[in-house]
Design a protein around this ligand. Structure first.
Ligand SMILES: [Cu+2]
Length: 155
């Protein structure tokens, strides 16, 4: 009996580990996307939101992120946060290049995917599906868990 319980718990442990790895990373070709998260909306009437993740290019040639799509919002685009004279503002980036063997992290105060025209406010615990299109690797479907209003990483 004791042996059976041990084997069962080992099997459950493996299942949980497998499920977590599926949630934490998605890839196509040489491109891997991991550590995705979104911030919960601060108000129930929020129309914009931000999504963050890390992109790694394991290939020997450069690739670039060319399009972002999600059913959670009317539009999703890449934004860079720039600070000039102490004032932070956002700038739209058309594409994002990822060099061979390079890792690029979207993070608060650096870069984010801006969701514009949210269909519903983002609630902690929700999951969004975001599809990233790379010039060479193609489409990568990313599961994005929603964290706290001020989340700085996946929780
Ligand atoms: Cu923005």
């Amino acid at each position: 009996m004791r042996r059976l319980i041990l084997e069962l718990s080992a099997a459950i442990g493996l299942t949980v580990a497998a499920a977590i790895s599926v949630v934490q990373a998605a890839h196509a070709g040489d491109v891997m996307v991991s550590d995705a998260f979104a911030r919960a909306s601060a108000t129930p009437v929020a129309k914009t939101g931000a999504v963050y993740f890390t992109i790694r290019n394991d290939g020997a040639t450069p690739d670039q992120l060319t399009a972002i799509q999600t059913d959670a919002a009317n539009m999703a685009m890449l934004h860079e946060t720039v600070e000039e004279n102490g004032v932070a503002s956002m700038r739209h980036l058309g594409t994002l290049a990822i060099g061979p063997k390079e890792t690029v992290a979207l993070a608060p105060k650096k870069m984010h995917v801006m969701l514009m025209g949210l269909k519903a406010p983002l609630k902690k615990g929700d999951h969004l599906e975001v599809t990233l299109t790379f010039e060479k690797a193609g489409h990568v479907k990313v599961d994005v868990p929603v964290g706290d209003v001020a989340a700085s990483g996946p929780q």
